[in-house]
Design a protein. Structure first.
Length: 157
């Protein structure tokens, strides 16, 4: 992996997938209900299909896992799991992820000041997406990050 193109193309996603599977499969989210997981800079387009894959494997390999309180894909729907989007995956990919996982997982991120950031263009692009509901847009642009980083007091259940 001495090729930067290959490192950037595969490294972030693969690492996020492995880490998520390891943490969910080890029942870490069950043992630590206040823990927040937030893979960043690795996209979101793979999230729903990876959750479905983990659901299948959790059934097939249940004897190798500790008891899980939920299906792996259910952890991705919150309230402990958050994922930043990547601009290049686009509006349709965001919409599909929201349709598959709900509105409480994805967060907008500019990735500023990293070299791969499209800031400030990224803000204008996402604000121009018209196929998201106002509720989904608000959660993507503000509410989910505020919950993830505990930037305001959450309402009691």
């Amino acid at each position: 992996m001495d090729n930067v193109f290959l490192q950037r193309a595969a490294g972030h996603v693969w690492n996020a997938q492995r880490n998520m599977a390891a943490l969910i499969g080890a029942a870490v989210l069950d043992r630590y209900p206040e823990l927040r997981l937030a893979p960043l800079e690795c996209g979101h387009g793979w999230l729903a299909s990876w959750g479905a894959r983990l659901d299948e494997l959790a059934q097939m390999c249940a004897h190798t896992l500790p008891p899980l309180a939920h299906k792996p894909s259910d952890y991705l729907r919150g309230p402990q799991y958050f994922q930043s989007i990547q601009l290049h995956e686009g509006e349709q990919s965001v919409r599909h992820a929201i349709e598959a996982l709900g509105e409480d997982t994805l967060m907008f991120a500019t990735d500023y000041p990293h070299s791969e950031s499209w800031f400030p263009k990224s803000v204008e692009v996402v604000l121009g997406w018209t196929s998201l509901s106002e509720t989904a847009r608000r959660k993507l642009l503000w509410d989910n990050a505020a919950r993830c980083y505990r930037r305001y007091q959450e309402a009691a259940p």
